[in-house]
Structure formats: structure tokens, C-alpha cells
Design a binder for this molecule. Structure first.
Ligand code: NAP
Ligand code: ZN
Length: 352
């Protein structure tokens, strides 16, 4: 066991603050990383503030962070994938049983024994797992990913959650050239969704509540931008979409988007607002439309996504912040004021 620096919250209402946590020494299959950058996902905020208490109550102290890029500092004797000095990444999961049908299908996110990077039982040290708002982490090599060498590391970190969470459902629902695809909410996830849909050759329409994001949306790869509070603009797109990805973090009217789908088309929710969304069944019946959810992606697909990003030079647009600004960053997330992901430069933890 060794000590690592970190930022944690001690209750749903306290700000994140500097602390020291324990990490295990790397065991046989483990990779130890010095964390260089960690993205700030809205899920970090939902968890820190215990907004998902009905599904996954938060255990305090909570060290969030699951968009991790770092440098390998040590490996266990059985590790073959990495050596000290390599750049490597860790996303939302750090363990699973490896034997169930989900794991065998490469869908570790659905394994009944999956362990999240933070706020999951820690079978090595007791208590719960601690995430990437820290200067180091130790993870089984099965959950450590390779980062293409051409990618900027601050911008690569968000690929580990925002990237895979938008890439995976678009692959699953056949987002390809010629398809009309909507992305709702231009935040961390949404802006990655726009980049992927554009890279897959789709006609991309962004729905935003922030008129000041219009130019950015076009620069990021959108073909059209709709300010969703404008009912006339929305109506022009009725019944025309092949696929819509909803990446909104707060309560909103999803029926307004279901109406925009063609026959047999799908709306996938990746946003996870604390409050249940009201769905009008009629919107689904007419047009035989479907509504689905999607959770991050499995390890093989996460590596595929990173390699795709390497080949197409795709990273997140980030605002790099020192960890001391994390509480301010959370307040800005709540105001939809992030362009388009905060990435914490973990070197800033050295001064704590
Ligand atoms: P984010 O960066 O804060 O972006 C959320 C965006 O939603 C905002 O930028 C805003 O876009 C829009 N929005 C916010 N409040 C709204 C409101 N009241 N009405 C309508 N639109 C609103 O968050 P994120 O990190 O991308 O995460 C988005 C959601 O996905 C969160 O709930 C998060 O927990 C969830 N998530 C799910 C998964 C998964 O596996 N399914 C993985 C990661 C995150 P505009 O300004 O363009 O309107
Ligand atoms: Zn996330």
C-alpha cells in the first residue's frame, strides 16, 4: 500500500478538497499509472452530490474521475501489454469477473460484478474505489487502454468516457454516410457525438438550448443547428431523423425529440438526469419508433474507438484547469458553460 494525493468530497454538500488516499502496490496483473490528465464528466458531479442515490448511493469520501490518461510507472510480473514509460488510459471500469456471458462478449459494462473506477466496492483495500482526481492509480491490465501516440493527452482523456459513450450507440444503431443524425445537448458528450457522427459521414443536426454555441457546433462538424426552445425550428424536422442521441444532463422534454424520428428510427438516451423523464407512449406507437439507453462501452470497443480517434485525429475540445479550480468547474457545468470538456492537469496536485 502507498499514499497518493487526491481531491475528494466528504458529503453531498461539501466542496472537493485536497486529501491523501491509499492505493495498492501493483499485484501480478496490475499497471500503476502516474495520472497526467483527468476529464470532468457530469457523472462526477451527479455522484459527488449523490443525485443518483436511488440507484447508486454515494459512499464518502468520494474521489471522482473516470477519464484518465497517464504514464506507466510500474507493472506487475504478469503484465504483457504495458511497460514503464508507456502512455496509457483508464475509463469508467477497473474490474469485472471476466467469465460471465457479458464479459465474454466484450461488454464488461454489463457484467454483474463490474467495478466502476470510483464509488464501487474495492476488493483489494476495502471501502470503495477512488477515481482519477489523483496523482496515481493502480488498475488490472485488462482495463488499461493504449493511447495512439499522435493524440494530445489533455484532449484524449475525455475519450475514455465522453468518447466511448457516444461512439458505441452510434455504431450500434448504424450511423453511417447519408443518415440524418441528431445530437441533443452540446456538452462534453454531445460535442464528441457531433465529431463521431460527422466522421462517420452522417448529416448532423445539433439541438442546443444555448444559442451562443451555434458557431462552435458548425465548427465541430454539425451541418445544421437548431435552438431547441424554438418550436417552429423544431417542427421543420418532424419525422425526419434516422437516429437521435440525447446527451442532456438535466430534466427536459424528450417527447419533442421522439416526434422528430422517422418510422422505425431510434432515440438513444445517454444523458442520465436525476429525475425520471416523462415519455408519451403515443410518440413511440406512431411510427413504431424506439427509445433506448446506452452505457459507456466495453473494453474492446473502447480500444477500437481510441484507435479510430488516432486514425482520424479526433480528441475532445478541452479547457485545461488546475485541480484547485474543480469546484468552480462544477458550477460552470451546471450552467452549460463548458467548451466542451474540462481536463484537469494533474501536475497541479503537486503543490498540495
Ligand atoms: P455536460 O458537459 O454538462 O453537458 C450537458 C449538456 O446538456 C449541456 O451542455 C447543455 O447543452 C444540455 N443541458 C443542460 N441542462 C439542460 C436543460 N435543463 N435542458 C436542456 N438541455 C440542457 O454533461 P456531460 O458530461 O456531457 O454528461 C451528460 C449526461 O450524460 C450526464 O447526465 C451524465 O451523467 C451522462 N453520462 C452518461 C453516460 C453513459 O454511459 N450513459 C456516460 C457519461 C455521462 P446545450 O447548452 O447545448 O443545451
Ligand atoms: Zn463519464
Amino acid at each position: 500500500m502507498y499514499k497518493a494525493k487526491a481531491y475528494s468530497a466528504t458529503s453531498a454538500t461539501s466542496p472537493l478538497a485536497s486529501t491523501t488516499i491509499s492505493r495498492r502496490e501493483p499485484t501480478e496483473h496490475d499497471v500503476q499509472l502516474e495520472i497526467l490528465f483527468c476529464g470532468i464528466c457530469h457523472s462526477d458531479l451527479h455522484t459527488v452530490r449523490n443525485e443518483w442515490s436511488e440507484h447508486v448511493p454515494t459512499v464518502y469520501p468520494c474521489v471522482p474521475g473516470h477519464e484518465i490518461v497517464g504514464r506507466v510507472t510500474k507493472v506487475g510480473p504478469a503484465v504483457t501489454k504495458f511497460k514503464p514509460g508507456d502512455v496509457a488510459a483508464v475509463g469508467c471500469m477497473v474490474d469485472s469477473d471476466g467469465t460471465c456471458p457479458e464479459c465474454r462478449a466484450g461488454l464488461e459494462q454489463f457484467c454483474p460484478n463490474m467495478i466502476l473506477t470510483f464509488n464501487s466496492p474495492n476488493k483489494h483495500l476495502g471501502g470503495v474505489t477512488y477515481g482519477g482526481y489523483s496523482d496515481g492509480i493502480v488498475v488490472d491490465q485488462r482495463f488499461v487502454l493504449r493511447v495512439p501516440s499522435n493524440l494530445d493527452l489533455a484532449g484524449a482523456a475525455p475519450l475514455l468516457c465522453a468518447g466511448i459513450t457516444t461512439y458505441s450507440p452510434m455504431r450500434r444503431w448504424g450511423v453511417t454516410k447519408g443518415k440524418k443524425v441528431g445530437v441533443v445537448g452540446l456538452g462534453g458528450l454531445g460535442h464528441m457525438g457531433v465529431k463521431f457522427a460527422h466522421a462517420f459521414g452522417a448529416h448532423v443536426v445539433v439541438f442546443t438550448t444555448s444559442p451562443n454555441k451555434k458557431e462552435d457546433a458548425l465548427r465541430l462538424g454539425a451541418d445544421e443547428v437548431v435552438v431547441s426552445r424554438n418550436a417552429n425550428e423544431m417542427q421543420k424536422h418532424a419525422g425526419s431523423f434516422d437516429f437521435i442521441l440525447d446527451a442532456v444532463s438535466a430534466d427536459h422534454d424528450i417527447n419533442a425529440y421522439i416526434q422528430l424520428l422517422r418510422r422505425d428510427a431510434n432515440l438513444t438516451l445517454v444523458g442520465a438526469p436525476a429525475k425520471p423523464l416523462a415519455v408519451a407512449g403515443m410518440g413511440l406507437l406512431f411510427g413504431r419508433r424506439s427509445l433506448s439507453g446506452s452505457l459507456i462501452g466495453g473494453i474492446p470497443e473502447t480500444q477500437e474507438m481510441l484507435d479510430f480517434c488516432g486514425a482520424h485525429n479526433i480528441t475532445a475540445d478541452v479547457e485545461i484547469i488546475p485541480i484547485q479550480k474543480v469546484n468552480e468547474a462544477y458550477e460552470r457545468l451546471l450552467k452549460s458553460d463548458v467548451k466542451y470538456r474540462f481536463s484537469i492537469d494533474m501536475a497541479s496536485l503537486k503543490s498540495e
